[in-house]
Design a binder for this molecule. Structure first.
Ligand code: SF4
Length: 334
């Protein structure tokens, strides 16, 4: 019997020949590889992405329909009313504005359009607005509609599913053990419960993470394990963009090599997911945007992010054309 001792060769064998998930000890060994092996780590992540998820890249548009004034205190978030930031509370956008943005998004080739609300969770009035908008956007543009509206309670998840919401976004953000450092007004377990509710109701779960808040490598690996258990369809990978006025404004952005390493490790830990470049990629990766797409990323949010300026949709679409990566809707098969 051949014993594979090199950690990268062992991970390749596990993921591509045995088609099994890596455990925490294997991921830790990969995380400890010297930086000189980063290109090989990225190459393996790219091969795993192609083998498990195919060559397509999913493009999604995102629109903040209710910005700022959130009562929660997530320490990274400029939309929290607990901190004095440049983001001020604005009312719910009207239907015409939402449809206009959806049509612009559709023109980029996007297949998914996500409406995002800065709230703890949707109250009845908000539920009504969401349930009114979702079928309108869908019938007007033909795109799948995703919603991000915080913690769901009671029968809210099943009502959203029945109302046509294709995917619901609710981020874990970080591992259970690190979360108390990040927010005090709600718990990690409340987030976890909402994620389970979304799945039980039959919607696709989009469950994002935010790296660079001071969590350790072990806590990042803990988070990958928690996502393996949750099996979301999509994982938006955010890097902290330290916003003035928030408690995390003092943190340094994650460096480019570290960002690439963790993109690769999230792909290796979560081989079938739609791993989406989300916020903070400009400040961490700068000119190395394309490198992430050959290190495990297979989805993009185009245009402006929620409160910070992303790149233009054209820049991203040109990048995909240069990489000869086709755009299309994806589904994760766990
Ligand atoms: S719940 Fe969402 S919008 Fe509100 S402070 Fe936390 S991250 Fe920001």
């Amino acid at each position: 019997m051949t014993v594979v001792t090199d950690p990268l060769a062992a991970a390749r064998h596990a993921l591509l020949d045995q088609r099994r998930l890596l455990g925490p000890a294997e991921l830790t060994t990969l995380a400890e590889l010297p930086e000189t092996r980063l290109p090989e780590l990225c190459q393996l992540a790219h091969d795993v992405r192609l083998a498990w998820a195919g060559p397509q890249v999913e493009v999604e548009g995102i629109l903040s329909v209710k910005t700022g004034g959130c009562p929660e205190d997530c320490h990274f978030c400029s939309q929290s009313s607990a901190f004095d930031t440049e983001v001020k509370a604005t009312p719910f956008l009207d239907t015409t504005e939402v449809l206009e943005a959806a049509r612009e998004t559709k023109a980029t080739g996007a297949t998914e359009f996500c409406i995002v609300l800065a709230v703890r969770g949707p109250d009845e009035k908000t539920m009504d607005r969401i349930l009114e908008l979702v079928p309108l956007i869908e019938s007007d543009t033909g795109m799948n509609v995703a919603v991000s509206a915080g913690i769901l309670e009671g029968d809210q998840a099943s009502r959203l599913a029945a109302g046509g919401v294709h995917r619901y976004n609710h981020n874990l953000e970080t591992s259970r053990s690190f979360f108390p450092n990040v927010a005090t007004t709600h718990s990690w377990d409340e987030r976890w419960e909402t994620c389970l509710d979304v799945k039980r109701a039959g919607m696709e779960l989009c469950c994002g993470v935010l790296l660079g808040m001071g969590e350790s490598d072990a806590q990042r690996i803990e988070l990958i394990g928690q996502l393996q258990e949750l099996q979301p369809q999509e994982v938006p990978l955010n890097f902290l963009n330290p916003r003035p006025g928030t408690p995390l404004q003092i943190r340094r952005p994650v460096g480019a090599n570290e960002a690439l390493k963790w993109i690769a490790l999230f792909r290796l830990g979560l081989p079938p997911v739609i791993l989406r470049y989300a916020g903070g990629r400009e400040i961490t990766l700068g000119d190395l945007q394309a490198a992430g797409l050959t290190a495990g990323i297979n989805a993009l949010i185009v245009g402006n992010y929620l409160t910070t300026l992303g790149r233009t949709a054209d820049e991203d679409l040109d990048m995909l054309a240069e990489l000869a990566m086709p755009v299309g809707a994806l589904q994760a098969a766990w």
